[in-house]
Design a protein around this ligand. Structure first.
Ligand code: ASP
Length: 259
């Protein structure tokens, strides 16, 4: 069972969802799919995660937030409709809105971007949706409990095909906790380690690890192979390829990471 992670740019709209569906279907071993929330559709566009934080902030200071939430809802509904899925997303949207506007935490609000992406992709692929709150455990201080997370994921992700939202987990009491920004990479790495996947495939809008940021430098050379230590070092230094905390779980379990 391979583990796949698709970032926000890969899930920005229905056309991107279609590409993801195609990629997953190309290889029958691609059975654990971790997703981000939809990212920017255009330069100058907005990431759903940012819009969720904004909704939460506006709701908290009683300054509205309805309009921002409606445009989030429209993004998901248009993806669902373009993919001709019958999934009843309105129910989830209503529940999420109710909770954000009645005092839910910022972490809960932000996590719903990945939650809704995963619901839609699971419906499209006919894979089982597994809530990250049931797999990724945080302790009472809000720190990742890696060993419990590995145990839970190994128990639940057996034989089958699953879509799991990235970026968050929960404390034992069910309270939602998110990783830092870009944290869906960490979720993928933990799940890959838990099931001893043959590979952790991390899909993004730039192919491979390049010697420079291709948005700034024309035609940088790809780096074909890199050690876990180098990958961690470069991520820590700001290379926007993989979240720095996503290296350790895969490294420890000896799972190769393909970008
Ligand atoms: N959606 C979250 C973010 O924008 C997490 C992620 O994409 O990995 O940071």
């Amino acid at each position: 069972m391979k583990v796949e992670k698709f970032g926000g740019s890969s899930l920005a709209d229905a056309a991107q969802f279609r590409k993801v569906i195609e990629i997953v279907r190309e290889d029958a071993q691609r059975s654990v799919i971790v997703v981000s929330a939809p990212g920017k559709r255009t330069t100058g566009g907005h990431k759903v995660t940012d819009m969720l934080y904004l909704t939460h902030q506006l709701a908290t200071i009683d300054m509205g937030g309805n309009e921002v939430f409606s445009s989030i809802a429209d993004r998901y509904l248009s993806i669902r409709d373009a993919l001709q899925l019958s999934y009843p997303l309105e129910k989830d949207l209503e529940e999420i809105k109710k909770r954000i506007f009645s005092g839910a935490s910022a972490d809960y609000a932000a996590s719903r971007g990945e939650y809704l992406s995963a619901k839609l992709l699971a419906a499209a692929l006919k894979y089982r949706f597994v809530d990250a709150a049931d797999l990724i455990r945080f302790d009472d201080a809000g720190e990742l409990d890696l060993s419990t997370s590995l145990f839970l994921a190994a128990e639940i992700l057996q034989d089958g095909q699953f879509v799991v939202p990235g970026f968050y987990g929960a404390k034992e009491n069910g309270e939602i906790v998110t990783f830092s920004r870009g944290g869906s990479d960490i979720t993928g790495s933990i799940l890959a380690a838990a099931i001893h996947a043959p590979v952790y495939e991390n899909w993004t809008d730039v192919s491979g690890f390049l010697a420079a940021d291709p948005h700034l430098v024309r035609g940088p050379k790809p780096i074909e192979v890199i050690t876990y230590e180098e990958l961690h070092e470069l991520s820590y230094m700001g290379a926007q390829v993989l979240h720095e905390d996503a290296v350790y779980p895969a490294h420890r379990a000896g799972v190769p990471i393909h970008i």
